[in-house]
Design a protein around this ligand. Structure first.
Ligand code: PLP
Length: 358
């Protein structure tokens, strides 16, 4: 049976990536060794790592001030590592609280310094994004989550921050659209959605914001040490980095972020058109803030939810259940999801709608 993987992450990967990764399990770059056995300081691996770092920069059109790091510990570790590197104990950082991941980032930052929550949409269960807020003077940075994976909202316009460095958790929409990435001072993303497989985290940082605070940072947590070591401070997550390299290569060969953006819009337009036209389905997120990556919605009668999920399963469509704090349903439409799979899903929604409205 053909499978349609709507999981939120780890999630669907391009067929090309899976095939190449499988080949490397038996023989990595004709070394006669598996990628799982190869040393992280071999030329074969170092070349891959450096190419992946370069590809990320190229796709994002970033200049020499930026460094790309492949780290470990997931985006969750960045909730701690960002303030550890950028927020002194008596300094203040501004955070936007637009979803459960942003809330977690705030909690971690509070351990390292002061946090000023400049906007929160908790009042409506994070179903929208508050775009009008003031950034106080003299904060070290503003932190946003560009796409709220759980709630299904997304920043469609990146907020202006003047002189204040902008830091973003891009875990669930990195590489899905072209942006002026030079407006961000630091971006991070767990690779397991649009940038590869679980096991590594991309951190893309403007070197100029580092070293401004006075704290003893353990080397493994210090971005500067990772930069000095060309992202090879310790044993790299070799396989995960290789899968990320393949994913970025695939993005480039498909036409880069412009092409990803075209597909992103096509997929999301199809999904929201179905949700807006079929009586029994209702999108959760406020219209202007709807995520183009993670689409959250409910069914008119809660008792129909399990029946619909069962129908999805029968058709090989998995990962459709919503996150427990939001409820309802969610489909994730990452880069590797073919537009034709979204068409199939909307046909199933339509069929279910007709069955219930008979
Ligand atoms: N931030 C966002 C926006 C996410 O969607 C996730 C996971 O889904 C995380 C952070 C946590 O990432 P990780 O599991 O890599 O720590």
């Amino acid at each position: 049976m053909q499978m349609y993987n709507f999981n939120s992450g780890p999630s669907i990967l391009p067929e090309y990536v899976l095939r190449k990764a499988a080949e490397a399990i038996t023989d990595f770059k004709k070394t006669g060794l598996s990628i799982l056995e190869i040393g992280h300081r071999t030329t074969a691996f170092i070349d891959t790592l450096q190419e992946a770092r370069q590809l990320a920069k190229e796709l994002m059109q970033l200049g020499p001030d930026y460094e790309v790091l492949y780290l470990q510990g997931g985006a969750t570790t960045q909730f701690m590592q960002v303030p550890m590197n950028l927020l002194g104990a008596s300094d203040t950082a501004a955070y936007c609280d637009n979803g459960i991941w942003g809330t977690k980032a705030i909690k971690e930052a509070e351990i390292w310094g002061n946090v000023n929550v400049v906007s929160s949409t908790k009042d409506k269960n994070y179903s929208y994004i508050e775009k009008v807020f003031a950034i106080p003077d003299a904060v070290n940075y503003l932190h946003i989550t560009t796409n709220n994976t759980v709630e299904g909202t997304q920043w469609h316009t990146i907020p202006g921050t003047g002189q204040t460095p902008l830091v973003a958790d891009m875990s669930s929409d990195i590489f899905s659209r072209p942006l002026d990435f030079s407006r961000f001072s630091l971006m991070y993303a767990g690779a397991q959605k649009n940038a590869g497989a679980a096991g590594t985290t991309l951190v893309i940082v403007n070197k100029n914001i580092l070293g401004r605070i006075n704290r003893n940072i353990p080397p493994i947590m210090d971005y500067r040490k990772h930069i000095e070591a060309d992202s090879l401070l310790n044993t790299a997550p070799v396989f995960a980095v290789y899968v990320s390299y393949l994913t970025l290569k695939w993005i480039k060969e498909e036409g880069g972020l412009e092409e990803m953006w075209k597909r992103t819009k096509q997929r999301a337009e199809l999904m929201y058109a179905a949700l807006d036209s079929l009586d029994i389905f209702t999108p959760i997120a406020a219209k202007e803030d709807r995520s183009l990556m993670n689409v959250t919605f409910t069914i008119e009668n809660k008792n129909w939810e399990d029946e619909f999920l069962e129908l999805c399963k029968e058709h090989g469509m998995i990962g459709v259940k919503g996150y427990r704090t939001v409820g309802g349903l969610r489909v994730s439409l990452y880069n590797a999801m073919p537009v034709s799979s979204v068409v199939k899903f909307t046909e199933l929604m339509s069929m279910f709608n007709d069955r219930k409205k008979k």
